[in-house]
Ligand binder design. Structure first.
Ligand SMILES: C[S@@+](CC[C@H](N)C(=O)[O-])C[C@H]1O[C@@H](n2cnc3c(N)ncnc32)[C@H](O)[C@@H]1O
Length: 195
C-alpha cells in the first residue's frame, strides 16, 4: 500500500509549519504570480497550491494519490485538482508558465522521465521550481532510511546532482539556493531545444 494512501487524512496535521514555510518560500521566489499558470506537481493536500492561488496564480494540482487528491478537493476548486502521474502529465505541451515540485521529487523512481514531461508541458521561458531535502545532511539520510522502510524510493538528490539532471533534461539558468538541510532550485526552459 502507498504511504500517502495511509497518511492522507492526517497529512496536514503532521507538517503544518513546513507546508506554510514552503508556500511562503515559493511565493516569495516566484512573485509576482498574478496571472501565471502554475502546475503544482505532486501537490498533495493542496496547502501549497492554495497559498500560490491566494497570491494571484492560476493553479492546477496534479497528484497520483486518490486520497491526497480528495483532501485537495476540499480546499481547491474541483476542476483544478487532477488525479494523475507525473510520468504522464495529462496536459498539452507548452501549457504552464511555472511548475512547482515541493517535497515530491525524491518520491519518484523515474526522475529523468518526469523532467522530460515537465519540459514538455512548460512554455518556453517557463520556470520549474523544486523544494527538496539535501542528503548531505545526516538527518535527511536517516529520513531516507525510514521512508524506504515504508516502501518509498526516497531518491534524495544533492542540489548539484539535481542541477545536472535538469541540465541534461534541457533546462537552463539553474539557480540553487540551499538553506540548512533543504534547498530550492529554479530552472528555466529555453525557447529552442539544443540538440
Ligand atoms: C510529501 S507529499 C508532498 C505534498 C505537497 N507537495 C506538499 O508539500 O505538501 C508527496 C506527494 O507526491 C505525490 N506523488 C508521489 N509520486 C508521484 C507521481 N509519480 N506523480 C504524482 N504525484 C506523486 C504523493 O502522492 C504525495 O501527495
Amino acid at each position: 500500500m502507498n504511504l500517502f494512501t495511509v497518511i492522507a487524512p492526517i497529512y496536514n496535521m503532521l507538517f503544518p509549519k513546513m507546508q506554510e514555510r514552503h508556500g511562503k518560500q515559493l511565493v516569495s521566489k516566484l512573485s509576482p504570480l498574478e496571472g501565471s499558470k502554475v502546475l503544482d506537481l505532486g501537490g498533495g493536500t493542496g496547502k501549497i497550491a492554495s497559498q500560490m492561488m491566494a497570491s494571484g496564480a492560476d493553479v492546477w494540482l496534479l497528484d497520483s494519490s486518490p486520497q491526497m487528491v480528495r483532501q485537495a478537493q476540499s480546499v481547491l476548486p474541483a476542476d483544478r485538482v487532477v488525479l494523475g502521474d507525473a510520468l504522464s502529465i495529462p496536459f498539452m505541451e507548452n501549457a504552464f508558465d511555472i511548475i512547482t515540485v515541493v517535497d515530491v521529487f525524491h518520491h519518484i523512481r523515474k526522475q529523468k522521465d518526469v523532467l522530460k514531461e515537465c519540459h514538455r508541458v512548460l512554455k518556453p521561458y517557463g520556470l520549474i521550481c523544486f523544494l527538496e531535502f539535501n542528503p548531505d545532511c545526516f538527518s535527511i539520510r536517516v529520513l531516507a532510511g525510514i521512508e524506504r522502510l515504508l516502501g518509498e524510493p526516497s531518491l534524495f538528490l544533492t542540489p548539484g546532482d539535481l542541477a545536472l539532471m535538469l541540465e541534461d533534461a534541457g533546462f537552463q539558468e539553474i539557480e540553487a539556493d540551499p538553506v540548512s538541510c533543504e534547498y530550492l532550485i529554479l530552472a528555466k526552459k529555453p525557447e529552442v531545444l539544443e540538440v
